[in-house]
Structures are given as C-alpha cells and as structure tokens.
Design a protein around this ligand. Structure first.
Ligand code: SF4
Length: 471
C-alpha cells in the first residue's frame, strides 16, 4: 500500500504543549508524515503529556492502555504502529514509562523534539529509545517551520514560544525539573517567526513561555532584551492586529513591560497573572518570591497606564499549613483585584517537589470546602465582569464560524468569546469574515459567551486574509 505515513499527536495541558505539538507535526511533515485526527489511522502516535495536574502520570498510563489496544489491532492486520510519549511526564518518568508500558517505543523530553527524525530512525523492533537530556543546541533552530498551508489550517490566532523553562522553583511546581532552566530565544528569530505567521494570514500572536516575562533573549545589538522591548518589535510586523503573552510571574513585571501596555495599542488589555495565594506567609512557604503588596502594586501600576486592564489568575487552596486566616487573605485579595476569571485547584503534592514532604497537610475536606468558597467568589466576579459589557461596544477579532448557520465567533480584547449572528443580505453584518476586526455591541450574555451585533462601520481587514474554514 502506498501513501504518506500518518501521525496522530494528542496534546495535554498548556499552550506550550499545543505549540510543541505543532512544531513536532511540522518537523515530521518533513519526514513524510501527514497529520491525522484519528488515532486508529496513525502509523505514529505521540502523547504530548503534562505533569502539572494531579495524577498526571496515571492518566498517561491509562491513555497508553487505549493506545496499546490500537497498536495490537493494527499489528493483527500487519501494520506497525510506533508509540511515543513526549512532554513533561516523559521528562519526569523517563525509562519508567517503558518499564510500566512496554507498548511505548520512544520517550522524548520537551528539549529534544528536534531529534525526532533521528530517534524514529533508531527504533528497531523491540528496542525502545529514550531521550530526556537537556542538550545545549537550540531546539527551535532545528525544528522545521510550518508550511503556509499548515499555519492557515491552525487559524488566525497563533502561539509563539519565546521562552522556556523556569528558575523560580516554587515549592509546589515540577516545571523547573521537567522543562529545565530559563532559556530565551533571540529577538530576531521570534520576529522572523511572527513575520512568517503574518504572511500566512495570522492576525493574533500570543508569546508564550513558562515564565514569559522573565524573557531575556539576545537583542539586535547583542545585549539581552526584556519582554516589553520584544513586544515593540513584534507589534511592528505588518498584519498583526493583536498581541498577548502568557504565563507571567508577578516578580518579573518590569517597567518596559508595563510601559508596553501604555504604548502598544495591539497589546490587549488582559493579563493572566498567577498569584496562588493572598497570604504572605503562604507565598513565602511556596517560595513565590513576591508578596501580596507587590502583586497589588503591579495590578495598580498596570491599571494606571491602561485603565481597562482585566486580570485573571491562578490559585492553589489548602497549601500545607494554610490556616483559615491565610485562606481569607486570598479571598480579600480577590475582592481587592476584581478578576475577569481564574483557575483554582486544591493543593496536591507533586512527587519530587519540596512541598510534597510537608508534615502539615491541610485535610482534604477543608481543602474542598475552601475551594468551593473561592470558586463562588470568582464566579460572581466573572459574571459581574461580563455583565458590565451589556450594551457596550468593543472590537472583536473573528476566529471561526459558529455552530449555527450564519454565526461567526471571535474574541474580545479581554479574551471573552463573542458570538455574532451574521445578517442575510449585503450589510456590514454579512460582510464580516474570519480574520476581520470589527466593532460589536453586546446584547446578551450566557455562562460562557457574550452575544452581540456588529456596529455599522466596516471591519478592519488585512491583505493576507484567510479563507473561512471549509471554504
Ligand atoms: S514560576 Fe511558575 S513555572 Fe516557575 S516554578 Fe513557579 S509555578 Fe512553576
């Protein structure tokens, strides 16, 4: 039988993994692999794993059970399927994965995806390959760039990794161990990647990194540039209408970054800024390297330069030794900031992290009760935030068609999903297309979306406009 080999990549966790999965697919496209969304059709199945959430490794092993059944079924019809585990669980577990799941042929850590073609070549029958080193070469130089077609298929909004790894060592977090030390890409390479994306029709770029605002990549003169400076360069790329960045550490919100929120209209007024706790005692136990006062000061400085700035955050409740008073400090912090949304979790120990050895865990029922209380406050704030836009207008970048005929879906500057029903006929409502930025007046709210109608002015469009999906 002829035809291209097929690869199925299943991505877990954060945007970094989504970006990495795309770059793996691009690199494998150069080896003759076409991507398939159907694992049963694939000759190569890659699980790109995440180690952040509880029982991450257990979830990977149960997924591998399903993959093994596909592999066995393929073998019965004479087809060989290669199974690879990538991402942070691969880095953390290494050879243990192959010991517990012999169906796995390849274990590859996040710093080694550039080696994929060579690693796949080394897989012989019955010989598993493991690559979890932290090599000195720049993996981004070796990973293949996506074709314009692949970029278009991924939509008008793209992630670009500018920084990897973390030197902060929060006591609950595995990232410094699985992703290694902080490493920033040079400014010229980031800008070149954004130019390629823009030429293929991308209109919004989110610069990503585990600790993105610790960015210190080589600038044009050889000296390191901070994220604020990088954002200025990226904002100059023609066709890029919107910029975002994530995930940030409150301790790294330096002046040039705050000034960029004042000076760059393309930089959207929404920031995900994890705080984890509102108690200084718990922040110190977490080794967060910032205080409650510092966090509130960063929020105030950003609001001074950009008054409509909206914030989301991350919270861990029930960190070892957390008292009711500590927890209440988190609730008062949330009230002081006023959030557009948040991710919140009960603390659970990650093996190998310092906090995992604590002798004073918070009982499970207390953690559960605190999480519910915290989530009630956040839900109320999110609802209030969304409701504050009823009857108001803002610009929406349209990303995709909706589920209903004539519906088009986009994002507000504050990252809310906005749905618009296009009118029949020849008015502005019918003219708007994916990739356009257009003013929308909000007319209705639901739990997860805003609904609106297009204002009368013509949408802003760019020459490299994408065709609507399926068109
Ligand atoms: S700053 Fe973020 S990525 Fe780094 S150790 Fe802390 S929680 Fe983990």
């Amino acid at each position: 039988m002829s035809g291209a080999r097929k690869v199925h990549i299943k991505s877990f966790g954060c945007q970094m993994n989504v970006y990495d999965s795309h770059r793996m697919a691009d690199t494998l496209a150069g080896e003759g692999y076409a991507e398939t969304a159907t694992p049963g059709d694939a000759d190569l199945i890659i699980l790109n794993t995440c180690h952040i959430r509880e029982k991450a490794a257990d979830k990977v092993y149960s997924e591998l059970g399903r993959v093994n059944r596909l592999k066995q079924a393929a073998a019965e019809s004479g087809r060989r399927v290669v199974v690879a585990v990538a991402g942070c669980v691969a880095q953390a577990e290494g050879a243990e994965i192959i010991r517990r799941a012999p169906t796995v042929d390849l274990v590859v850590g996040p710093q080694n995806y550039q080696h994929l073609p060579e690693l796949l070549g080394r897989i012989g029958r019955g010989v598993a390959v493991i690559d979890t080193e932290f090599p000195v070469e720049d993996k981004f130089d070796s990973l293949r760039a996506p074709s314009p077609q692949a970029t278009r298929a991924r939509g008008i909004s793209a992630f670009v990794t500018v920084q990897e790894g973390c030197d902060k060592f929060c006591t609950f977090c595995v990232v410094p161990y699985t992703r290694g030390a902080e490493l920033s890409r040079p400014v010229a390479k980031v800008v070149a990647e954004v130019e390629r994306l823009a030429a293929a029709g991308v209109r919004e770029v989110t610069l990503i990194g585990q600790n993105v605002n610790a960015y210190h990549g080589e600038g044009p003169g050889g000296a390191p540039w901070r994220l604020g400076q990088l954002l200025h360069s990226v904002a100059r790329v023609p066709g890029i209408a919107r910029l975002r960045y994530t995930t940030s550490h409150p301790g790294d919100m330096e002046d040039s970054l705050i000034a960029a929120h004042r000076d760059l209209p393309a930089l959207m007024p929404h920031l995900h800024l994890p705080v984890q706790s509102g108690s200084d005692r718990i922040l110190a136990a977490m080794n967060r390297r910032h205080t409650r006062a510092h966090y509130l000061d960063v929020i105030a400085r950003l609001r001074r330069v950009r008054p409509d700035m909206a914030f989301s955050s991350d919270f861990i409740v029930g960190f070892p030794t957390e008292t009711e008073a500590d927890f209440r400090a988190t609730l008062t912090l949330i009230e002081e900031v006023g959030l557009a949304g948040a991710y919140s979790f009960k603390y659970s120990a990650r093996p190998g992290t310092p906090a995992a050895d604590s002798a004073e865990p918070v009982p499970e029922d207390v953690k559960h009760e605190r999480l519910l209380r915290l989530q009630r406050v956040i839900e109320r704030q999110q609802t209030d935030f969304n409701a504050s836009f009823l009857g108001r207008s803002f610009e929406v970048l349209f990303e995709r068609t909706g589920r209903h005929p004539g519906q088009i879906v986009g994002r507000s500057p504050y990252l809310q999903t906005v749905q618009v029903q296009k009118a029949q006929g020849s008015g502005a409502d019918s003219a708007v297309a994916i990739g356009d930025v257009a003013a929308v007046t909000i007319t209705e709210l639901s739990a997860n979306s805003l609904f609106g109608a297009l204002a009368s002015e013509a949408p802003r469009r760019h020459h490299a406009l994408l065709a609507e999906p399926g068109g």
